[in-house]
Design a binder for this molecule. Structure first.
Ligand code: PFF
Length: 453
C-alpha cells in the first residue's frame, strides 16, 4: 500500500448532509427525553427557556463545531489539532483534552443509548404482533435492567455498525435520506391521529402557555433554579453538541457556504420535531382522565402504552410511534459511532470497516452493563449528559473563540456577504464570552457549587 492519503469520502449532496445532521440531532432526546423533562418541569415555561438556550448556546456552538470540522477536515481530535497549531501548547492541550473526551463521550453515550433504543425495537415488534402486548408497566418491567433486553440491544448495535461500516456517503447519507423523510411522515400521521382522537388543544396549552411559578417553585414552595440548567444541558444533548458529532459531520462537508445556513436549518428541524413529538405525546396523555404528564422516564415506555390500549386503532398508533422512536434513535446512534470510527480511521489510520466493527463490538460489550443494571444506565447517562457534554461544549467554545485564527473562525460567514461580517462579529462575542459563562454555570451547578443538585 502506498502512503498517499486515502480519499476520506464525504456527503455527496447538501440535502444529504442536512438530513444526516438532522438525523443525528433528532433522536431519543426529542421523542423520549424532551417530553418527559418538559412534563416534569410543568410545560410551557420550560419550553420557553429551552428555546432560549437553543438560540443562545446551541446555535453558536453548532456553527463552532461545523466550522472546526469543515476547516480541519479530519476527526474531532485531528481537526482541533490542525486548527489550534498556531496557539502552541495551549492549543495542543485543549485539542487532546476536548478531542479525547469527545471520543470517550461517543463511546459511553452509545453504550446506553443502544439499550434504550433496543427497548423501542422490542415495543415496535410487540405492537406489530410478534410478542404479546402486556400492560405498559409489565412490558417495561420485563426489559428494564433485565437480560431480556440484550437481544434487542444487540440487534440495534448491528444496525448501527452496518450503516457506519458502509461509509459516509454509502452508509450514513443513504440511510438518513430514507429514515428522515419517513420519520417526518410518521410524525405527521400521528399528529393527524391525535387531532382526531382529542387532547390536542390541552397539549398545546401545556407546551406553549408559560407558567413560571410552576417552573421555578418546587412542591414545597422552594425555588427550583436547576430547571433552567436542565434546559441548557438538554440543548446540548438534543443538538448533538459537545462531543464532536457536528465536527465530524462538518469535516465531510464539501463547501463552506452551507455551514451557517444548514446549521440553522438543523437546529430548527430538531426543535420543530421535539415540539411536535411533545404535542402528540401530551395529547394522548390529556385525552385520558387522570393521566399524568410528569411521569418521568417511564412516560413513553409505561404511561403511553397504557393509554394506547384503549384508544381506537391504538395498536397501529403504538406501532407507528415506536417505529418512529427506532428510526430517530438509529440515525443518532450512527453519528455517535461515527465520532469514534472517524477518530480510529483519521487519527489512528485504521480501516473503516475494521474500525466500525471493533468500536461497535466494544461499545456493545460495555452496553451489557447498562442493559442489565438500571443504576449503571443512570450513571452513564448522568456522567455523559450532565458533565462530559457541557465540558466538551466549553472546550469547543474556548477553542473556537480563542484558539482558532480569525481566518478559520470566520470562514463560514464570509460566503454570506456584508451581513456575514455583522454575524461573524456577533458570533465571536457570544462564543468567547456568553457561551462559556453559561456553560460554566451549568457545570458548577451540577457540581453543587451553586446549590443545585
Ligand atoms: N441528539 C441525540 C438525541 O437528541 O437523541 C443524541 C446525541 C446524538 C447526542 C449524537 C450527542 C451526539 F453526538
Amino acid at each position: 500500500m502506498s502512503d498517499a492519503p486515502q480519499p476520506r469520502g464525504g456527503f455527496a449532496t447538501r440535502i444529504g448532509f442536512v438530513l444526516a445532521a438532522a438525523g443525528s440531532a433528532v433522536g431519543l432526546g426529542n421523542i423520549w427525553k424532551f417530553p418527559y423533562i418538559t412534563g416534569e418541569y410543568g410545560g410551557g415555561a420550560f419550553v420557553l427557556v429551552y428555546l432560549f438556550c437553543i438560540a443562545l448556546v446551541g446555535l453558536p456552538l453548532m456553527y463552532a463545531e461545523l466550522i472546526i470540522g469543515r476547516r480541519g477536515g479530519s476527526d474531532v481530535l485531528g481537526s482541533l489539532r490542525k486548527l489550534t497549531q498556531s496557539s502552541g501548547p495551549a492549543g495542543a492541550a485543549v485539542s487532546y483534552a476536548v478531542g479525547g473526551m469527545a471520543v470517550a463521550s461517543g463511546f459511553l453515550i452509545l453504550s446506553f443509548y443502544a439499550v434504550v433504543a433496543g427497548w423501542a425495537v422490542y415495543y415496535a415488534l410487540a405492537y406489530a404482533g410478534l410478542f404479546p402486548l402486556e400492560a405498559g408497566g409489565d412490558m417495561f418491567g420485563s426489559l428494564y435492567g433485565k437480560n431480556k433486553s440484550l437481544p434487542w440491544h444487540t440487534f440495534f448495535m448491528v444496525l448501527s455498525v452496518g450503516v457506519v461500516a458502509a461509509g459516509v456517503n454509502g452508509g450514513i447519507e443513504r440511510a438518513c435520506k430514507v429514515l428522515m423523510p419517513m420519520l417526518a411522515a410518521i410524525l405527521g400521521i400521528l399528529l393527524v391521529y391525535v387531532g382526531v382522537t382529542g387532547g390536542l388543544s390541552e397539549s398545546f396549552t401545556f407546551l406553549f402557555k408559560p407558567d413560571f411559578d410552576r417552573l421555578l417553585r418546587a412542591e414545597d414552595g422552594g425555588l427550583k433554579p436547576d430547571a433552567i440548567l436542565e434546559a441548557l444541558g438538554h440543548a446540548f444533548f438534543t443538538l448533538s453538541l459537545g462531543m464532536g458529532a457536528m465536527v465530524t459531520y462538518g469535516s465531510y462537508l464539501k463547501s463552506e457556504v452551507a455551514v451557517v445556513r444548514d446549521g440553522i436549518i438543523v437546529a430548527i428541524l430538531d426543535t420543530v420535531i421535539a415540539l411536535v413529538a411533545g404535542l402528540v405525546i401530551f395529547a394522548v396523555v390529556f385525552s385520558h382522565e387522570g393521566a399524568e404528564p410528569g411521569a418521568g422516564p417511564g412516560l413513553v415506555f409505561v404511561t403511553l402504552p397504557g393509554l394506547f390500549a384503549d384508544m381506537p386503532g391504538g395498536q397501529v398508533f403504538g406501532f407507528a410511534f415506536f417505529v418512529l422512536l427506532v428510526f430517530a434513535a438509529w440515525s443518532s446512534a450512527i453519528s455517535l459511532l461515527e465520532v469514534v470510527v472517524a477518530f480510529l480511521v483519521d487519527s489512528l489510520k485504521l480501516d473503516r470497516k475494521m474500525a466500525a466493527l471493533g468500536a461497535g463490538f466494544a461499545i456493545w460489550g460495555l452496553g451489557i452493563w447498562p442493559a442489565r443494571s438500571t443504576s449503571a444506565l443512570d450513571l452513564l447517562d448522568n456522567i455523559t449528559t450532565k458533565y462530559m457534554l457541557p465540558l466538551g461544549g466549553l472546550g469547543i467554545a474556548i477553542a473556537a473563540g480563542w484558539l482558532l485564527t480569525k481566518e478559520d473562525r470566520e470562514a463560514g460567514f464570509r460566503a454570506l456577504g456584508p451581513i456575514g461580517d455583522v454575524l461573524a462579529k456577533g458570533w465571536t462575542v457570544i462564543i468567547r464570552f456568553v457561551t462559556p459563562v453559561l456553560v460554566a454555570l451549568v457545570i458548577l451547578n451540577k457540581l453543587g457549587v451553586l446549590g443545585g443538585e
